[in-house]
Every structure is written in structure tokens, then in C-alpha cells.
Design a protein around this ligand. Sequence first.
Ligand SMILES: Nc1ncnc2c1ncn2[C@@H]1O[C@H](COP(=O)(O)OP(=O)(O)OP(=O)(O)O)[C@@H](O)[C@H]1O
Length: 250
Amino acid sequence: MLLQVKDLTKKFRGLMALRGVNFSLAKGEVLGLIGPNGAGKTTVINIISGFLKPTEGKIFFQGREITGFPPEKIARLGILRTFQHVQIFRELTVLENVLLGFTRHLKRRLWHDLLGLPLARREEKEIREKAQEILALLGLADIASMPAYELPYGKQRQVVLARAVASRPELLLLDEPAAGLSSSETKELLLFLKKLKDMGLAMLIVDHDVELIWEICDRVAVLAFGEVIACGAPSQVRQDPKVVEVYLGS
Ligand SMILES: Nc1ncnc2c1ncn2[C@@H]1O[C@H](COP(=O)(O)OP(=O)(O)OP(=O)(O)O)[C@@H](O)[C@H]1O
């Protein structure tokens, strides 16, 4: 298993936000996490990515326990999260934004720059080529030299995801990727996420757009009042009477 979440509990003062949450995610798998407002979805993402510590429970990544590790360390291990609000460098071009995604792999870079060694120039050329490759693969090549602020919101979302891909994560945690998008932008996002899936990237996706979730996810876990009330293939989960009652019915 790539990721295992075991008996996760989170208390915020008097409030039990999570009560014994269990689920796992295999390599290359796309898992959806849905549920009503306040169910605890963002809290799960915050704990996996190290932004919050659980009250109880453990997180394992590639067989290693990572519970309570700081966010930078978790990111270095290959778990990358995106936020509900787009975090983009508005003045930089699309290509430059994607180039920044490579910094996780640029350990030697600074020294070679300082010493003026040819390796730095060679490495930079290689990275530019790789960034162009990613943009081409994701259908963003034609906007590579545009400044990010000129792009519509939906495209900015895609650029943020392309930058995440450039850092070669093992697992992407997406917090409401479709929030604020129009229905045509959401359709475009779905195609984009399918490309990431075809690259073999594992993803945990939290979103209220259930159509997007049914389309892209291999399995879906439903959270209500801090508990997983159903987990399985989209076709099963969407017909589960409990899920219909607490989430879909409304
Ligand atoms: N830092 C915090 N301090 C206190 N309570 C919190 C904190 N973060 C979340 N909560 C509470 O924990 C519960 C779960 O919140 P969470 O944001 O994880 O839900 P969610 O399923 O992501 O909801 P939404 O779909 O509305 O984003 C809510 O009752 C929320 O008010």
C-alpha cells in the first residue's frame, strides 16, 4: 500500500472532528473523499500532509510511519497537497511556474551556480526540456510563455497541478480542485486529472462535485460526522442507502 490511514481521531477542544478513520490507497490509485460540510475531509488532508497532528491514530506512507512529521518533510517524501485557493506566481509565465516545481530535485544546483560550473547550465537546459515535456503532455504547451495572471481561473488551476507534477510526487492530495470552476472548466479539469491518472499518479481527491468524483475515482470513501460510512467503487457507493441519506439525498 502507498498510504495507510489507521484509526485517525482528531479532537478540536470539545469537538470530535474525526472518530477512528481508516482507509488506504494503492500505488497509482485515485481515491475520492466526499461527505457533507464539516464531515472532516479537510482535516484528513491536513493531518496526512503534516499541517495538523492527530489526537490518535497513525499514517503510513510506503510502509513507513510518518505521523506527526512536519509538512516540509512529508513533501520531500513525495506527498504533495494543493489548497482550495490557487497558489500561483502571477507575474511568472506558465513555464516558469512549472520550473519552480523542480526545486525538490535541485540539490546540487546552487553550488554549481556559485562555482559557475557547466553542469549548472546543462542541468538548467535539461530541466527546461522536462518542463516543456510536462506542458506538452498536459496540453499546456501553447500557453507556456503567457504570464499566469492573464489566464482564466480554470487554467491557473491546471498550471498549479502541472507544477505539482514537475516535483514528481508519489501522491497528490487535492482539496476541492473543482471549487469555483464553471461547468465547462470542471469538464476540462476532469480531462486534465485523467491525464495525471494515466501518468500513474496516485491521488486523494476531496470535492463536492460528485459527478467529477464518480468519473475519475477508482474508489470513494464517504465521511460523515467524522466517520467513514462507506468505501468502495463509485457504482456501489452512490447506491448505498446510508450515503444517499446523509449526503446525496440532500
Ligand atoms: N482548526 C480548527 N479548530 C477548531 N475546529 C476545527 C478546526 N478545523 C476544523 N474544525 C472543525 O472540524 C470539523 C471538520 O472540519 P473540516 O474542515 O475537516 O470539514 P470538511 O469535511 O472539510 O468540510 P467542508 O466540506 O465544509 O470543507 C468542523 O466541525 C470544523 O468546524
